[in-house]
Write a new protein. Structure first.
Length: 336
């Protein structure tokens, strides 16, 4: 049983992995645990963190703080990003050298970018006791020891009972290259010719490529919402376009489906496999404009009853998976 749990994520910006961490550390299972978060000052300002979590910006400060607890108390040290793997392993060694038992855990959110990156990550992860994934496909590239139920939404929202087509198409994403927004203007122009209302909202860039962000904002300006939006911007019966070049569990897609939307997405991560048969999602090869338009045509060819049934059924399936990944991981950390 882990007496002290330390989560580590020193990213500056808040992306999908940080949203998952935010929801994980708010899990009620940790209410009676000693929980630390080692993070950056910038990220701490963007996350909602429970009062029971001790926040530190320095590994040395955490090391000094936990020395106030008896040495027989076990530490679970959890890295939430691949970029922190080496630093977390160093902290673990320092704690062990001080006579305290430590278990090392890695949460793997993404695929390796290239062969070199995969080799380095595999080497670093070999020092860890447990490597948890957000979806099973990651284990094909990295040494995952645990495959929990794939990551889905944290909590189910209100039950969706109707999802009549609104003929509105919405896209919201970070203005980063990996989100594949380059193809959106051509797709939206074609859809507007069919009488659909198209809108797009942009979040905060993680990559920091200002040149690309300016280009994307300019190319999307005819459809751009003035302020950033999230899943609560989506209504039952909307169609949401997700043109990403790479995703794993893609919580955005699962969140909007749970709200009763229909998704047209690039064929990445678990998205083609969200439902045993059909469901309220159509996929296309990443970056393929003609494939995306063909997927939209499939959606638009559905009659109102078919569309509504697909959305309502899929919403309930996603909602039934709510919280399973978080519960598994929380219990796993507690049991070490």
């Amino acid at each position: 049983m882990s007496d002290i749990i330390i989560f580590v994520d020193r990213k500056q910006a808040k992306g999908g992995g940080q949203v998952v961490l935010e929801q994980l550390i708010s899990n009620k299972i940790f209410e009676n645990s000693i929980v630390y978060l080692l993070t950056s000052n910038e990220l701490s300002k963007k996350m909602i963190i429970g009062k029971n979590v001790k926040i530190f910006f320095s590994a040395d400060r955490i090391f000094e703080d936990i020395r106030s607890y008896p040495n027989n108390m076990t530490v679970a040290l959890c890295s939430n990003t691949n970029s922190d793997l080496q630093g977390v392993a160093r902290l673990a060694k320092k704690i062990r050298d001080n006579g305290r038992p430590v278990k090392l855990i890695s949460i793997v959110h993404s695929y390796p970018r290239n062969i070199f990156y995969r080799k380095i990550t595999k080497f670093l992860q070999s020092q860890y006791n447990i490597c948890l994934s957000v979806e099973p496909g990651i284990s094909c590239s990295l040494p995952v020891t645990d495959n929990p139920p794939w990551l889905s939404i944290c909590e189910a929202g209100p039950q969706v009972n109707s999802a009549m087509p609104t003929r509105k198409v919405k896209t919201f994403a970070r203005p980063d290259r990996v989100k594949g927004l380059d193809i959106v203007p051509d797709i939206y122009r074609s859809l507007e010719e069919k009488g659909l209302i198209c809108r797009v909202a942009l979040g905060e860039s993680i990559d920091g490529d200002t040149k690309y962000e300016k280009y994307i904002r300019r190319s999307l300006s005819p459809w751009l919402e003035e302020f950033g939006k999230g899943p609560d911007w989506v209504e039952a019966g909307d169609i949401v376009l997700i043109p990403s070049l790479s995703e794993t569990a893609c919580l955005t897609a699962q969140e909007v489906i749970s709200r009763g939307a229909y998704v047209v997405s690039s064929r990445v991560g678990i998205l083609p496999y969200l439902f045993p048969e059909g469901g309220s999602i159509q996929t296309f090869p990443a970056g393929d404009i003609s494939g995306a338009l063909a997927a939209f045509n499939n959606v638009l060819s559905l009659d109102e009853n078919q569309f509504c049934t697909a959305c309502v059924t899929s919403s309930r399936i996603i909602s039934s998976r709510a919280g399973l990944w978080y519960k598994y991981v929380a219990n796993r950390l507690q049991s070490l």
